[in-house]
Design a protein around this ligand. Structure first.
Ligand code: HEM
Length: 140
């Protein structure tokens, strides 16, 4: 029963982290295409979405660590799982630093650096695809 509950939490966090990535990516690309900078309200929404993304990644790590130990007795499962861990670690670090950057710039009343945001969202998309493919391979 406990494994089912933790798995459900893991899946829920996947939905949240993916949803945030798609949603904030869409908002940013629409603004970029129209050559506009998000106003204060949209910036606030993007900031909250970024924070939800970070929280869901932390939940993914906590639930993932518990699942690995309960189901497989540790982290040595197979190489696809190792790749999943490495990509998930990069994703967590990326999300942490992007949140930090957005927080620091909003404290200085400045918009976040466009290049940093763009490179981070592009890398995050790639990393989440790598995590999902390696999860599919690892647990097939
Ligand atoms: C971005 C972060 C992550 C994503 C998108 C993700 C995605 C997934 C997906 C899609 C599954 C379902 C695979 C299946 O049951 O066939 C899964 C299961 C699992 N994940 Fe993650 N995961 C992430 C992070 C982690 C981390 C950090 C760990 C471990 C420290 C972890 C450990 C596990 C384990 C043990 C399972 C269950 C395998 C099983 O059912 O036998 N995950 N994850």
């Amino acid at each position: 029963m406990i494994i089912i509950i933790i798995k459900f939490i893991h899946y829920l966090a996947i939905v949240f982290s993916g949803g945030v990535l798609v949603g904030s990516g869409l908002i940013q690309s629409v603004y970029n295409k129209e050559n506009k900078v998000p106003d204060i309200t949209i910036s606030k929404i993007l900031k909250i979405l970024g924070f939800i993304g970070l929280v869901s990644l932390i939940v993914l790590w906590i639930s993932g660590i518990i699942l690995s130990n309960l189901i497989y007795g540790g982290f040595v499962i197979n190489s696809a799982f190792t790749l999943k861990l490495v990509a998930a670690a990069f994703l967590l670090i990326l999300s942490f630093f992007l949140n930090l950057h957005v927080y620091n710039s909003s404290k200085k009343n400045l918009p976040p650096n466009k290049k940093i945001v763009k490179i981070s969202t592009m890398s995050a998309r790639t990393l989440i695809i790598v995590v999902l493919i390696s999860a599919a391979v690892a647990f097939n």
